[in-house]
Design a binder for this molecule. Structure first.
Ligand code: GDP
Ligand code: IMO
Ligand code: MG
Length: 446
């Protein structure tokens, strides 16, 4: 021990990459436990931007143990491209370990993802079309192909045949697609196996060893609570569990190994893809937040939908994850507003007020946000490094979030740069801070 989980507390893109990179400085290992290359995690160091899709956000520390856990679905081509591009930028990737039990995204998963969306027409989910859903479906159907299968040609071929057979009908339009040729596919995947072999390991055992020796392990989530396949806005969700509970299953450790759970949230809300979003703004303010916050998808480049901070959803996420700390990113984006609104409850179609996230999809789809107005501030926050540097109104905003969610705010993001962060007193209690002291700044209470 200790194990610290970092999860998205909204609909993804909250800044998990930046925070994981920051906290990984004092950690011994970083492990991704779910999702795949639908994720896009951004790190900005010394003005240089890094975008990671599959590789954990600890990779920029030379030799740091970075694990792709068994719960992740891996497109090996994307992984190899990512490794090559890091190597070309002189990043030491020697610490990367890949679970032999992780499932592989195959060419037919990509085709099925797009075909599924096309079939849904106006009801489509707006997936990233990276084959995530079909891959997890095959895993559940026990037709999945795993990383370890890349090391055995005979098994690989047999498994591909078995996996493609039941999809014959849906794959018919792609019959002539060269990527579906059994021989070509097997050869291609065997080549990937050769490339990745040196990184393949029994990663669960590795985690037991690290945690057993008292080393610090960060479990890096992808997506966010509201995209969770069980508790999110189903069916407008991803196909895995981005909640802290999945960190154990997706990496092979037990719940007793988790000591802290940090939820990341922007100071407002965004969502990519379709689905309910009660606090969405369709006006000039929404556009202002999108352009000031650079709200365009890291993976697909799609414009993100924007809205006020949804505290009903955030409190729900705090409960689903038992968050021990909150990190509020992008507070800087809200500078310059006279008033800032936050969604504190939902109003149903028949006038009922919901303070808790409604469990019924039909109810949720017809709710609108009830807003509370708070004071805004004019000052640019980019240079703030301590709580006392923040304008009073910004501090009040953070206090309001903390009180409403019952969770202390440990870190505040005031810009994309690694150094643009404020450590509060709450962070001082964390096991992640070296010798009980934060890595930078003099912390104080909000
Ligand atoms: P992730 O998927 O949760 O890792 O988040 P993304 O990388 O997809 O999106 C977050 C975006 O916000 C990235 O472009 C980050 O560089 C940027 N970012 C992170 N924290 C802050 C912050 O505090 N302020 C500002 N202005 N940008 C931030
Ligand atoms: P990170 O880790 C934001 C969304 C997609 C779509 C839905 C299902 O960067 O926060 P999928 O391809 O997973 O089947 O798509 O989930 N989605 C994300 N939205 N951030 C992500 O990852 C996402 N990964 C998937 O836009 O609505
Ligand atoms: Mg992202």
């Amino acid at each position: 021990m200790p194990g610290i989980v970092i999860v998205g507390a909204q609909w993804g893109d909250e800044g998990k990459g930046k925070i994981t990179d920051l906290l990984a400085e004092d950690a011994d290992a970083v492990v991704r436990f779910q999702g795949g290359n639908n994720a896009g995690h951004t790190i900005v160091r010394d003005g240089v931007e890094w975008k990671l899709h599959l590789i954990p956000s600890g990779i920029l520390y030379p030799g740091k143990c970075c694990v792709i856990g068994n719960g992740v679905v891996i497109d090996p081509k994307v992984l190899i491209d990512e490794l090559d591009s890091l190597r070309a930028r002189r990043v030491d990737i020697g610490g990367l370990r890949i679970s032999a039990n992780a499932h592989l995204i195959m060419p037919y998963h990509l085709l099925l993802d797009s075909a599924g969306e096309a079939k849904l027409g106006s009801l489509q989910i707006g997936t990233t079309r990276r084959g995530i859903g079909p891959c997890y479906a095959d895993k559940a159907a026990r037709l999945g192909i795993r990383v370890q299968d890349l090391l055995d040609e005979k098994i690989l071929k047999k498994k591909i045949v078995a996996a493609m057979e039941p999809k014959r009908l849906s794959l018919r339009p792609y019959e002539k697609d060269p990527s579906l040729d059994l021989r070509t596919m097997t050869e291609e995947y065997l080549t990937y196996g050769h490339r990745l072999e040196q990184h393949i390991a029994d990663t669960a055992k590795l985690m037991w060893e690290f945690l057993g020796e008292g080393k610090k392990v960060i479990f890096e989530g992808a997506q966010g609570a509201m995209l969770d396949i069980d508790h999110g806005t189903y069916p407008f969700v991803t196909s895995s569990n981005p909640l802290a509970g999945a960190a154990c299953v997706g990496s092979g450790v037990g719940p007793k190994n988790i000591d802290e759970i940090w939820g990341i949230s922007k100071a407002y809300t965004t969502r990519v893809g379709a689905g309910p979003f009660p606090s969405e703004l369709h006006d000039e303010m929404g556009e202002k937040i999108r352009s000031r916050g650079g709200e365009f998808g890291t993976t697909t480049g799609r414009p993100r939908r924007t809205g006020w901070l949804d505290l009903v959803a955030l409190r729900y996420a705090a409960n689903l994850n038992t968050l021990t700390s909150l990190v509020i990113t992008k507070l800087d984006v809200l500078s310059g507003l006279d008033r800032i609104s936050v969604c504190t409850s939902y109003r149903g179609a028949e006038g009922a007020e919901f303070e808790d996230f409604p469990y019924h999809q039909t109810v949720l789809h017809h709710t609108t946000a009830e807003l509370t107005e708070l004071r805004g501030w004019k000052e640019d926050l980019g240079e703030c490094r301590t709580v006392s540097d923040l304008p009073d109104a910004a501090r009040e905003y953070l206090q309001f979030i903390s009180e409403h969610t019952g969770t202390p705010v440990a870190l505040v993001g005031v810009g994309p740069g690694r150094e643009q962060v404020i450590w509060t007193e709450a962070a001082q209690q964390s096991l992640l801070t070296r010798d009980g002291r934060p890595a930078s700044g003099q912390p104080s209470a909000l």
